[in-house]
Design a protein around this ligand. Structure first.
Ligand SMILES: *Cc1c(COP(=O)(O)O)cnc(C)c1O
Length: 239
């Protein structure tokens, strides 16, 4: 990783412009509205200084996959007076729910009832509603994170009426090494599950689908992604 300099700031700003243009093109090709899709800049590869350069370039939604890194950067950014919407996209252990909750614009990785209960308690103490996405595993690979579709349905049954959780939709990752067609089919199954859940739980607003990364965001956008999580394409020339 390079250390932050005027040069890295210029590289990151260029990457941000290019990623935005490519995403816009994919959104238009998919016949969707240009403001349907939000880019979450995944900053897990870089330190706070380089993350700040991405924010200064205009990327206001930042994703981290480790809760500790999220709260350390969030505290740091408060000092810098850089306003950021923080997204936690990786696994959250129950014992960190309380520590990270104050910072979260959205948790993408709700994956158990036990975690949901810890978040409800933390959110209640903060007097807030916590936006969450339930992480679904659409791959055949059991080592991957996220719940199977049946477990997702059960979790929705259990938490659908919790006032401190705002369930906004689903998050998923495609199989590693899936080609474009396979990723697209997996993303389509996430959308279909969301549509089914929306029918079964009409009082929820399941508008969000967090799917697609640097390698497969086009397929995800074709299948209805509203949040795409882009990391490596934003830090080309830096890492
Ligand atoms: C790292 C990560 C991303 C970003 O992946 P890139 O291929 O670098 O764009 C997206 N989602 C999750 C959950 C990640 O851990």
């Amino acid at each position: 990783m390079l250390t932050a300099s005027q040069e890295t700031a210029a590289t990151i700003a260029r990457n941000w412009q290019r990623v935005q243009a490519n995403v816009l093109e994919a959104v238009v090709q998919a016949g969707r509205q240009t403001n349907d899709v939000t880019i979450v800049g995944v900053a897990k590869y870089v330190d706070a200084d380089l993350t700040a350069q991405l924010v200064q370039a205009g990327c206001l939604n930042i994703g981290e996959n480790r809760p500790q890194n999220l709260w350390l950067k969030a505290d740091d950014f408060e000092q810098r007076q850089l306003p950021v919407h923080w997204h936690l996209i990786g696994h959250l252990q129950r014992n960190k729910a309380k520590r990270v909750s104050p910072y979260l614009a959205c948790l993408h990785s709700l994956d158990s009832l036990r975690l949901a209960l810890a978040l409800i308690e933390a959110a209640a103490e903060l007097g807030r509603r916590l936006p969450v996405l339930v992480e679904v595993n659409v791959t055949q690979d059991n080592s991957k994170t996220g719940l199977q579709a049946n477990e997702v349905r059960r979790l929705f049954e259990e938490i659908q009426h919790q006032p401190n959780l705002e369930i906004r939709g689903l998050m998923a990752m495609a199989s590693r090494d899936s080609g474009g067609d396979m990723a697209r089919a997996e993303f389509a199954s996430v959308r279909e599950l969301r549509d089914e859940l929306q029918q079964r739980f009409p009082h929820l607003k399941l508008n969000q689908l967090s799917m697609g990364m640097s390698g497969d965001y086009r397929e995800a956008i074709l299948e209805g992604a509203t949040l795409i999580r882009i990391g490596s394409h934003l830090f080309e020339g830096i890492l």
